[in-house]
Design a protein around this ligand. Structure first.
Ligand code: GDP
Ligand code: MG
Length: 163
């Protein structure tokens, strides 16, 4: 029970890095649950006294490109069922890729709120480059760095406004 968010997106955009950052103060809880599932991690985060569940998707081993795409689709669909809100993670250092566009197509059909998160915005130069992600057409967009933590507070403020 409780409010649940899921982090979805293609591999290497930084989903697990963001997951770990959101759960910073609650690492022990994640560790307790490790091994429960191979392709999803579950944890509990809190922000300003509000507690919520976080799902990190992915972690699968890619075979052929077809298998790979199918796995991502499967994870996104499960997340759309399990979560109340979806974080669609992308990477400003690669720009928008074909796989990003496919995930975007799936998420546009979601009845749940979707926040487009552009990760790896580590500095001002990257913030300028990251503006191309507006073209994906999502109403809610956040620019942050899961590595430095810059911008994560604004995202968390919006997430907990739903609770
Ligand atoms: P996942 O496959 O989506 O779970 O991605 P990971 O969390 O495993 O991260 C993939 C790579 O991106 C790792 O080398 C991370 O250290 C790196 N990474 C994640 N977030 C950031 C970020 O905000 N800035 C930079 N520069 N690298 C990041
Ligand atoms: Mg991962």
């Amino acid at each position: 029970a409780g409010f649940t968010i899921a982090i979805v997106g293609r591999p290497n955009v930084g989903k697990s890095t963001l997951f770990n950052r959101l759960l910073e103060q609650r690492k022990a809880i994640v560790d307790d649950q490790s091994g429960v599932t191979r392709d999803r991690q579950y944890g509990v985060a809190d922000w300003n006294g509000k507690t919520f569940n976080v799902i990190d998707t992915g972690g699968f081993v890619a075979g052929s490109d077809d298998v790979f795409e199918r796995e991502i689709r499967k994870q996104v669909k499960i997340a759309m069922q399990e979560a109340n809100l979806l974080l669609f993670l992308t990477d400003c250092t690669t720009g928008i890729t074909d796989l990003d566009s496919e995930v975007a197509d799936l998420l546009r059909r979601s009845s749940k709120p979707v926040y487009l998160v552009v990760n790896k915005v580590d500095n001002q130069q990257r913030a300028l480059e990251a503006t191309e992600f507006y073209s994906l057409g999502f109403e809610h967009i956040f620019f942050l760095s899961s590595m430095t933590g810059s911008g994560t507070g604004e995202l968390l403020d919006e997430v907990v406004s739903h609770i």
